[in-house]
Design a protein around this ligand. Structure first.
Ligand SMILES: Cc1cc2nc3c(=O)[nH]c(=O)nc-3n(C[C@H](O)[C@H](O)[C@H](O)COP(=O)(O)OP(=O)(O)OC[C@H]3O[C@@H](n4cnc5c(N)ncnc54)[C@H](O)[C@@H]3O)c2cc1C
Length: 357
């Protein structure tokens, strides 16, 4: 899986009245107070880069903490055990030298480490593991102690004021060349000379499907940007978090994609990553986008009910059990829905690697 270039993906679209296509290198000439919408990896890297360039940055994130689709989920089992899962992106790799420089900086600060386990694929027809990598072309990195560690650190950097639990409900360009931001709850969030948005939902009808409100940004005045946003595909996915008391000894790799499964696309052993507790063996499975689309077609885009999530959890787990690997019943099992998993040009490569280069 590839995030094509750092400029394309890690630096989201910038809104600046004087030049709508402006990037962060030139932005410092015109925008001194910038709002960044989204505390996922692209918003967090962007906020930190702007702050390092002397720009005053306020980052707004609707979730309670940073990470977005590079989040870590905390669950408690019935008997009170704390269970942590990277239920979004499982790992990332990098080949671009600019990105590698950034990754090495994070590595030197202890925010990321290499995940040295082998990955492969499993053919559900022949019931065999295939393509087990002995040496991956690019190193696989994971956040320490969770995938969200990078975003957490970047959102806390000097010069970045981060506001969590704040959803942007309206973005308006005023006559004085400033952007006015309003929360979904109607709160006035201030005026900014530039805005960087890291989620295409800000201008998409999907926002209305989820919230019942018009999208925060009216794109009718910038048709070019509207076209560019259309090109970014969004593929839904269900993630299933599983915890077992014993290691799954029949599985010889710690991460694998599924071939010839309509339901599952990827699976990895989360507790095999560095910096994680090994008190239980935790796996995360990802559904195929088609399976997720089918469920969403029946249930809609609103938050899925617990009945839906239970049904999905059972279906994904049954598929996992049916592949002939002698999988026991876990002591913890929970599904999570992601409305958007993919990014440009990788519609069908779920679960492979997050390549930031
Ligand atoms: C299950 C899963 C597996 C994946 N696997 C891989 C993989 O193997 N390899 C890979 O490269 N990538 C993978 N990805 C994709 C990768 O995680 C994303 O491409 C990347 O994390 C996106 O980062 P982002 O910052 O662009 O967006 P996000 O992480 O989605 O961040 C956007 C943020 O904006 C916030 N936001 C949105 N609207 C508002 C608003 N109105 N107000 C305030 N905040 C708002 C959201 O809450 C969110 O936190 C996976 C994703 C998922 C879900």
């Amino acid at each position: 899986m590839t995030i094509t270039t750092i400029n394309y993906k890690l630096l989201p679209f910038c809104l600046c009245k004087s030049d709508p296509s402006i990037d962060t290198t030139t932005m410092s000439n015109v925008a001194t107070k910038v709002a960044v919408v989204g505390g996922g990896i692209s918003g967090a890297v962007c906020a930190s880069t702007l702050a390092k360039n002397g720009i005053s940055v306020t980052l707004f994130e609707s979730a309670r903490g940073p990470g977005g689709r590079m989040s870590q989920r905390r669950e408690i089992s019935e008997d009170g055990k704390e269970l942590l899962f990277d239920h979004g992106a499982p790992f990332f790799s990098a080949s671009n030298s600019d990105v590698l420089r950034l990754v090495h900086e994070w590595e030197s600060k202890g925010l990321v480490e290499e995940w040295k386990e082998n990955c492969g694929s499993f053919d559900c027809i022949s019931k065999k593991f295939l393509d087990i990598e002995q040496e991956a072309p690019n190193k696989k990195y994971v956040g320490i102690p969770g995938m969200n560690s990078i975003c957490k650190a970047l959102c806390n950097e000097t010069g970045v004021e981060s506001k969590f639990g704040v959803s942007i409900g309206r973005l308006e360009c005023l006559d004085d060349e400033k952007w006015s931001l309003t929360g979904l709850d109607g709160q006035n969030l201030g005026r900014f000379s530039g805005v960087v948005v890291s989620d295409k939902g800000i201008a998409s009808p999907r926002f209305t499907d989820v919230t019942g409100r018009p999208p925060p940004l009216d794109l009718s005045l910038t048709p070019e940007l509207a076209l560019k946003l259309q090109d970014i595909p969004v593929s839904p996915c269900f993630a299933l978090m599983l915890a077992f008391s014993e290691p799954l000894s029949s599985i010889s790799v710690k991460g694998f994609s599924f071939k010839n499964s309509e339901i599952l696309s990827w699976s990895h052993c989360d507790s095999s990553k560095p910096g994680r507790s090994t008190a239980s063996e935790r796996w995360v499975l990802h559904s195929t986008a088609n399976y997720a689309r089918g469920i969403i077609a029946q249930t809609g885009l609103q938050k899925p009910s617990s009945a839906t999530l239970t049904k999905v959890a059972e279906e994904l787990f049954q598929e996992f059990q049916s592949i002939g690997l002698n999988i026991p019943r876990p002591f913890f099992m929970k599904a999570h829905r992601w409305l958007g998993k993919c990014f440009p040009n990788c519609e069908h490569s779920e679960g492979a690697e997050m390549s930031l280069g």
